[in-house]
Design a protein around this ligand. Structure first.
Ligand code: SAH
Ligand code: SF4
Length: 388
């Protein structure tokens, strides 16, 4: 919000200039009008930052030099530091970002034939404790701000060379909120970030290319539908309350009946706008044919696709992944009922970038834990023949 834009250092010498990254149009308008600049300048600034990806005020060539200097005095365009960038043998890339307060979060880019998906984090850690999720073992540290979230997309665009190409050539085409954290425990910031990302004069990703995944924060689902209309993914993982209470504990607060009602009420569901049900395959826990049939009963009448996720192990995880044969049996029940049920190929396992493996260096995993993790994976892949 406006105010204080002119002071650039506090007594400790820290840079106090407001960060333009993370501001929406209204924020920029308010600041620039406070500086006595006309509204079209805010529009130009928005475009330079979010559509062209400039990192220096001098790159804003349609602004006069004195104005560029004035902007540089008053604002920053600050991206977090990349403390690690890894590329998997399958092309998946993972960035570890360090924010100014020292907290870290991970972002993962997954290239496919027809798309490139960025998996973004919404919190450092997670307050929920789903039993199969590594992030859930990390102490929650804080919500990410709109700036922290939008910067994940901007840094990926920097690395992928996406700012200077036409939109049909971009490598980053889709965004999923499936990194660390529960986005609907940080709804205000996530919605603001999504609005910035969707703005047609900025990063300009359409709402049909953004998917928000939630473990089931029922009261917030309606709000996301109304305010953003992005695609919805639900981490279902169990088809009865007894098991879901145990493995997805938020179910104790919002049981299946309420969750299903909230999904049924999500605006505009149709064949072109289907809900994705995420279902992690846990050996002997939730992977029977009876479970698959119950899943069909639950989602009856809801335009749906089912994403079967082979469980990705981590040190100390209390589960094994279902066998290939069992996953296929489960998938067959769903396919035969006419639903799409892709089995998600684990991606980026060699750099610990697969679903549920993210745990930030804010709680850095030690060398020993990493070695254990690699050993578990190698053993598992040999046993079930899943290729990473
Ligand atoms: N908190 C949100 C989004 C992040 S998790 C949510 O739970 O939906 C993204 C997906 O990865 C979720 O469906 C989650 O259940 C799944 N997941 C978590 N741990 C996993 C693991 N070890 N193996 C496979 N998938 C996992
Ligand atoms: Fe949090 Fe999602 Fe992991 Fe559950 S699965 S602990 S909600 S990040």
């Amino acid at each position: 919000m406006p105010g204080g834009a002119l002071a650039s250092k506090d007594t400790s010498g820290a840079d106090t200039r407001p960060n333009l990254i993370g501001m929406d149009r209204d924020d920029m308008n308010a600041f620039l009008s406070e500086m006595g600049e006309p509204a079209f300048r805010a529009k130009q600034l928005f475009q330079w930052i979010y559509n062209r990806g400039v990192t220096e005020f001098d790159g804003m060539t349609n602004m006069a030099k004195p104005l560029r200097a004035k902007l540089a005095e008053s604002f920053r365009m600050h991206r977090p530091e990349v403390t690690a960038h890894q590329v998997s043998s399958d092309g998946t890339q993972k960035w570890l970002l360090r924010y100014d307060d020292g907290n870290e979060a991970e972002t993962v880019y997954i290239p496919d034939d027809d798309r490139g998906t960025l998996c973004v984090s919404s919190q450092v850690g997670c307050t929920l404790t789903c039993k199969f999720c590594h992030t859930g073992t990390q102490r929650m540290v804080r919500n990410l701000t709109p700036a922290d979230i939008v910067a994940q997309v901007m840094l990926a665009r920097d690395t992928l060379g996406d700012w200077t190409v036409t939109s049909d050539k971009r490598r980053l085409t889709n965004i999923v909120f499936m990194g660390m954290g529960e986005p609907l425990y940080n709804t205000d910031n996530v919605i603001k970030a999504m609005k910035i990302i969707m703005d047609g004069e900025g990063i300009s990703l359409s709402k049909r290319r953004i998917t928000l995944s939630t473990s089931g924060v029922v009261p917030e689902i309606e709000r996301v539908g109304q305010e953003t209309d992005v695609l919805l993914a639900i981490s279902l993982h169990a088809v009865n309350d007894e098991l879901r209470n145990e493995i997805v504990p938020i179910n104790r607060k919002y049981p299946l009946k309420e969750l299903m009602a909230a999904v049924r009420a999500y605006p505009g569901l149709s064949n072109a706008k289907r809900v994705t049900w995420e279902y992690v395959m846990l050996k002997g826990v939730n992977d029977s044919v009876a479970d698959a049939k119950e899943l069909l009963r639950l989602i009856k009448g809801i335009p749906s696709k089912i994403n079967l996720i082979p469980f990705n192990p981590w040190p100390g995880s209390p589960y094994d992944c279902s066998t290939d044969a069992q996953i296929k049996k489960f998938a067959d029940v769903i396919w035969n009922a006419g639903y799409s049920a892709p089995i998600r190929t684990p991606r980026g396992r060699d750099i610990l970038a697969a679903c549920g493996q993210l745990k930030s260096e804010s709680q850095r995993i030690g060398k020993r834990e990493r070695m254990q993790m690699e050993a578990i994976q190698a053993e598992k892949e040999a046993a079930v023949g899943i290729s990473a």
